[in-house]
Design a protein. Sequence first.
Length: 402
Amino acid sequence: MTDAFIYDHVRTPRGRGKADGSLHEVTALRLAETALRALKDRTGLDTGLVDDVILGCVDPVGEAGGDIARAAALVADYGVHVPGVQINRFCASGLDAVNFAAAQVMSGQHEMAVGGGVESMSRIGIGASGGAWPVDPAIAIKSYFMPQGVSADLIATKYGFTRDECDAYAVRSQERAAKSWGEGLFNGSVVPVRDVNGITLLDRDEHMRPGTDMQSLAALKASFVQMGQMGGFDAVATDAHPDVEVVDHVHHAGNSSGIVDGAAAVLVGSKAAGEAAGLRPRARIRAFANIGSDPALMLTGPVDVTRKVLAKAGMSVSDIDLFEVNEAFAAVVLRFCQAFDLDPEAVNVNGGAIALGHPLGATGAMILGTVLDELERTGKERALITLCIGAGMGTATIIERV
């Protein structure tokens, strides 16, 4: 089987996903174009070598609907011969897009492809694309549907994570993100978003709150109490997991991922394609995997899929130098670290979605790029990237520096 190499990656900054966010005037199409064009321009890529563009987008409706990957490739001047496809595996869409690109290369059917993702959460509200899962009893009852925040609180309760522990994790995420920006660690991979006149709208992540401390977080009310208690979802949680008597609601806006806008793109290709393009590979994609997990706990998929992908690669946890675990909620990462007895200094070392935000369809590609940069900066070899997913799934990828 052909090796798939990562040749480069870029991302936009993450803009606050609200009407007053700096990227609110920018459509998802333009965000995706920004990432694709930057990837092309900085590598000097001949798009005649690109066989496909695969972009994750979780709410592909309205102006973000249709096949945004094909539209963005055309707008970014990739040439009419370059096809595109939009995929959706909820929060792992961006990472799966990279994995799909890698699979095309590994199979020998394509030589070079771009994987990535985009989400404009300020313009297309979360959940705008609808779906049967929350509303059709045929699946909602069978899967113990509950809002993700209640599932996160269920995880915290079941595995013993307190409000203080979740808040302390959130503070650490903010500190690490601020430190990374302060030291210029993101400068090489973040490309500014500009308006039609070429004026820069945003050139750094704007969701961060570097002054966050335990006292400021303690003042926030738990976000999912009403959904859980009055909405009846606590009863769903305890029915699914009868070992939990009462759900302790510990998550709030400060220790949960931020709603933001953004896009990312990763160039993947064979050795021969890289040579034809005059590019040096930065990493090899060693293995990737997807898995279904407990739909009620919903967000523990990273634990299950990590076991699967490590077995697939013939590796153990000790073979991984750095871990990127999407910070959907603090308890997600705390449970992951608990399950594998990980050193916190090896997990999300540049901060994560609690500080930086989670542009659903793009996040997986973004955090893959972040950890690749960190491998190169520190001289380490291997990283594992994983995300939890709605309805109980997990996706993971192992990369190694070359």
